[in-house]
Design a binder for this molecule. Structure first.
Ligand code: GAR
Length: 227
């Protein structure tokens, strides 16, 4: 089996990167991580990648005088690794069309909220302040609209009376670590793709985002559609 090459972009701890790496080490994984790029030299995720024997690169955004020139440097480095998929896992930079047009339909992002709620930062705090009964995560194709591309997956978690920003973040993280590798596996198998303006499953626009249970059922039912 030819595994699909994936590049992961990070800015920090890289716990999602770790979950993606762990899945990629399974004998039946349809993807392999061929490079990890961080915009922050001190990101702990770089250590995780090195421990897994994956090549790393740093493109430090503070060294660029415009978002466009930073994005051009990102694209140059990422394309050296020739990925089929670009996976943003806690990559905390706003991207311009220099990046988003180049990888349209080939880049996905994970965001810690049930989009379209709470685009941007401090999502756990905002869900608590709003008194939401549910919070969660979204995984979507990357387009030029910040946190606005077609959604592939959403997984909710309950917000309980005693929850704090930290406890909520922990709950969401735990679900991120389960869902993100499964979504990347489904992409690598050719089961999900970008069909503008939708995310499509088996060539049909998704009626609603997949949750963890639906992802598990999909992967159990569907061998690779390609390669
Ligand atoms: C994750 O919770 C991810 O959803 C979030 O950053 C965290 C990274 O954690 N992403 C965003 O906020 C993007 N807007 P990690 O470095 O431990 O994977």
């Amino acid at each position: 089996m030819q595994r699909k090459p994936v590049v992961v972009l990070i800015s920090g701890s890289g716990s999602n990167l770790q979950a993606l790496l762990d899945w990629s080490h399974r004998a039946d994984s349809h993807y392999e991580i061929v490079g990890v790029l961080s915009n922050r030299p001190e990101a702990y995720g770089l250590t995780r990648a090195k421990q897994a024997g994956v090549p790393v690169a740093v493109v430090d955004h503070t060294l660029f005088d415009s978002r466009e020139s930073f994005d051009a440097a990102l694209v140059e480095q990422i394309d050296l690794w020739k990925p089929e998929w670009v996976v943003l896992a806690g990559f905390m930079r706003i991207l311009t069309p220099v990046f988003t047009d180049h990888y349209l339909g080939r880049a996905v992002n994970i965001h810690p909220s049930l989009l379209p709620k709470y685009r941007g930062l401090h999502t756990h705090r905002r869900a608590l302040e709003a008194g939401d009964a549910e919070h969660g995560l979204s995984i979507h194709f990357v387009t030029s609209e910040l946190d606005g591309g077609p959604i592939i997956c959403q997984q909710a978690v309950p917000v309980e009376g005693q929850d704090t920003e930290e406890s909520l973040q922990k709950k969401v993280h735990a679900q991120e670590h389960l869902t993100y590798p499964r979504v990347v596996e489904a992409l690598a198998r050719g089961l999900i793709r970008y069909c503008p303006p939708h995310a499509c499953l088996h060539d049909t626009p998704l009626q609603k985002p997949l949750d963890l249970e639906a992802l598990d059922a999909l992967l159990a039912d569907s061998p690779a559609a390609v390669g």
